[in-house]
Design a protein around this ligand. Structure first.
Ligand code: G4P
Length: 526
């Protein structure tokens, strides 16, 4: 197959949702369709239960699972589908944001009863910033939930998406009878056994046909006719180009647990979802069909087995062909590296691969060479954009609790930062180290992992900080003066970039006003 054909075959996407909306269940059903797993229950939820905040075994269990489910690849109708897993827990939102840099589209799962929830709003915002094409799946139609039209209004309002219903539910909860697939003009009936059989799908192009009353009952038929007429008037027709540019979002209704509406979603997805997209670098736009290989690291998993210092760096192939045992340039280190055991995640099994194509994710065994955001290429110097660190919102001083293990502590902290677990800042004046995270759970994770993987122990001191923002200026003199005047609030991040540590949002505003020559950034990439 040519490179062009390989690219055309691929669909790389992520499923995002608020915890409990049904992401794991939907993933599992998609894998069942793809034959990647044979039985339900094979995909373990990567949810961190509420009680797990202090349960470190749970966190460890989750890490194990999240390696296995980081990428789930399968073939379906001659397409190669790569599903990238995203943690639902809000404290791991940064992981999710980074994973979203490696996908070409997303499916958003919404619980019909709960509607649009907080985590979904945040994640969709990130997708919209990147203009990632979005499909919406409204789940749990077997339960009573919000009215379909109201829900679409909510999706438009809260998520800012222009929706295009592709299917429409017939009843809900106890009265749920199935969906009318408007895209394919088919009536798909929900049978009481909770299974979706071929004979339950009826081609039905004319809803005024009285047969509809016989099939779903007069009342439901009337309702469906009215609602579909209304929808056709209110919402635009589906247009693939508009969807691909992120400007409108097809919506499907179904029930993942009952495997209902999932096949329609998948069939439509493989037809409309984008093939691997170009990626921007600081230097230029990289097209997937370029001959030369390039890719970037968006995730690192370390020390799954504490006895072996193993790390897996996840590489998204952006252009050309990645080949085993071939020398590639690690741009940040300016060094050649080759990989003898790159792994793919086909059918949830790890397998050594000889080659991988744009859109594919390859796991590289790594002894500490990679950081999140690193580029690997055939030789050209490229820096992929869009993999920033976000300005953390929670801060603590970190202290070494065992002076005999200082080396271990420093090594552990640096490695955990490379993995993107949190960010480390060193105050210029006191040289004290501060850990900044997006969520509180990370502090427990760091403490636990330092002890179990590096034999180091740390304690935390609270600190009154509101935000950390990266600073720069076109005027070196202004920068020098700013740093001198604000010395007690200045820190360096792990790469030596200057950061202003603000105690209060109000204080930050004042400092910004007083120093118009200084630019303040809430992401490390600017
Ligand atoms: P998540 O990954 O988005 O967090 O959600 P997950 O798939 O784990 O689903 C959350 C809960 O919702 C699960 O129930 C799951 O069985 C249920 N669920 C998923 N899809 C549907 C659906 O279409 N209809 C209904 N009624 N329920 C659905 P649980 O009780 O939390 O877990 P479990 O004990 O069933 O595993």
């Amino acid at each position: 197959m040519t490179l062009e054909e390989e690219i055309k075959k691929r669909r790389t996407f992520g499923i995002v949702s608020h915890p409990d909306a049904g992401k794991t269940t939907l993933t599992e059903k998609l894998l069942l369709f793809g034959g990647a797993i044979q039985v339900a229950g094979a995909v373990k939820s990567n949810k961190i239960k509420k009680s797990a905040t202090s349960d470190f075994m749970e966190i460890e269990r989750q890490r194990g699972i999240s390696v296995a489910t980081s990428v789930m690849a399968f073939e379906y109708r001659d397409r190669k589908i790569n599903i990238l897993d995203t943690p639902g827990h809000k404290d791991f939102a940064e992981d999710t944001y980074r994973t979203l840099t490696a996908v070409d589209s997303v499916i958003v799962v919404i619980d019909v009863a709960k509607g649009v929830e907080e985590q979904t709003e945040k994640l969709v915002k990130v997708c919209k910033m990147r203009k990632t094409p979005i499909i919406v799946f409204i789940n749990k139609l077997d339960r009573e939930g919000k009215d379909g039209v109201d829900l679409l209004d909510e999706v438009e309002e809260k998520l800012g998406l222009n929706v295009v219903p592709m299917s429409w539910p017939i009843g809900m909860g106890q009265r749920f009878q199935g969906v009318y697939n408007m895209y394919e003009e088919k009536l798909v009936l929900f049978n009481s056994h909770g299974k979706q059989n071929e004979e339950d799908t009826i081609t039905f192009s004319d809803l005024s046909n009285p047969e509809l009353d016989e099939i779903v009952g007069e009342r439901a038929a009337e309702e469906l006719r009215e609602e579909v007429t209304l929808i056709n008037e209110v919402y635009p027709d589906f247009d693939r180009e508009t969807y691909l540019s992120g400007d409108h979002s097809p919506v499907f209704f179904g029930s993942a647990i009952n495997n209902f509406g999932v096949k329609e979603l998948l069939d439509c997805f493989v037809e409309i979802a984008p093939t691997p997209l170009p990626r921007t670098t600081e230097e230029r736009v990289v097209e997937p069909n370029e001959d030369e290989f390039s890719g970037f690291i968006f995730k690192i998993h370390a020390n799954i087995d504490p006895k072996h210092r193993d790390r897996i760096a996840f590489l998204r192939v952006c252009s050309g062909v990645f080949e085993r045992n071939t020398n590639y340039k690690h741009i940040r280190l300016d060094r050649k590296l080759k990989f003898s055991n790159p792994t793919s995640f086909m059918a949830a099994r790890k397998e050594v691969v000889d080659e991988a194509f744009p859109g594919d994710i390859v796991g590289l065994y790594d002894s500490g060479n990679f950081k999140i955001g690193d580029s690997l290429t055939s030789g050209e110097v490229l820096h992929f954009q869009g993999i920033p660190s976000f300005s953390p919102e929670q801060f603590r001083y970190v202290n070494n609790a065992n002076p005999l293990k200082t080396k271990q502590l420093n090594k552990g902290l640096l490695q955990l930062m490379d993995e993107g677990v949190a960010q480390l800042f060193t105050m210029e004046l006191s040289q004290r180290k501060i850990i900044g995270t997006v969520g509180a759970l990370q502090f427990d994770v760091i403490q636990y992992r330092l002890e179990h993987e590096y034999g180091a122990s740390c304690t935390y001191d609270s600190i009154n900080l509101n935000r950390a923002c990266w600073v720069d200026s076109d005027d070196p003199q202004a920068m020098k003066e700013f740093v001198a005047r604000r010395k007690k609030d200045i820190a360096k991040d792990k790469d030596g970039k200057l950061v202003y540590m603000a105690e209060t949002a109000w204080g930050l505003k004042t400092v910004q006003e007083n120093h118009p020559d200084i630019r303040f950034y809430f992401k490390s990439e600017f």
